[in-house]
Design a protein around this ligand. Structure first.
Ligand SMILES: [Zn+2]
Length: 196
């Protein structure tokens, strides 16, 4: 039986044109990301139709389905430890991206960098000093930096990473409960891009 491309479990699905093997758990996460993208697309279409009605003054018939609720499944991560009570405070898709980056970076022989990404992400999700918007933005930054760091060091784009690192430091600096983990983790992440 083929193995999941994301973890050690047996693969049950083959995803996309490239037939990427995924296990039941990773497949469920993938499906939840796809569902959320479709829901967002549906909301965009509804908004566009609203605009057309407003401009034309004509009521368009035969639509207006209420958006389906966005269901967050029991998110399973291979590296990042998220308390159940914290699942749903940030976009699970972004967290999954960080989680995948932590796996790849760890497998590529940079455990310190993988550990820094993991520790900082866990601390941000659990932070009580950060408001929801700042938390979501910080996780987005970590997921972008994590993805950038999954290639070999020589191929990493310092020019892409630098502004992300700057904004990351800014967001972390106002959350008192993150200062000690940030002090250790941020320089490690910055060094991965040859930055300070
Ligand atoms: Zn898997």
């Amino acid at each position: 039986m083929p193995k999941c491309s994301q973890c050690d479990r047996p693969a049950l699905y083959a995803i996309g044109g490239q037939q990427i093997p995924l296990c039941l758990q990773c497949g469920a996460i993938h499906q939840s990301v796809v569902d959320r993208q479709l829901a967002a697309l549906e909301r965009q279409v509804e908004t566009a139709l609203d605009d057309m009605e407003m401009v034309s003054g004509m009521k368009l018939p035969g639509r207006r389905r209420p958006s389906p609720p966005v269901i967050l499944p029991g998110a399973t991560f291979h590296n990042i430890n998220i308390k159940n009570s914290n699942v749903g405070v940030v976009n699970t898709g972004e967290l999954h991206q960080v989680d995948t980056a932590v796996s790849v970076i760890g497998n590529q022989g940079e455990p310190q960098l993988a550990g820094a990404l993991k520790a900082l992400t866990e601390a941000v999700v659990a932070s009580t000093a950060m408001d929801a918007a700042a938390r979501q933005e910080t996780i987005e930054l970590l997921s972008a930096l994590g993805s950038e760091a999954t290639v070999q060091k020589a191929q990493r784009r310092a020019g892409v990473a630098r502004p992300l690192l700057g904004r990351l430091r800014e967001l972390l600096s106002v959350a008192a409960d993150l200062s000690s983990v940030a002090q250790v983790a941020v320089p490690i992440i910055a060094a991965a891009f040859g930055a300070q």
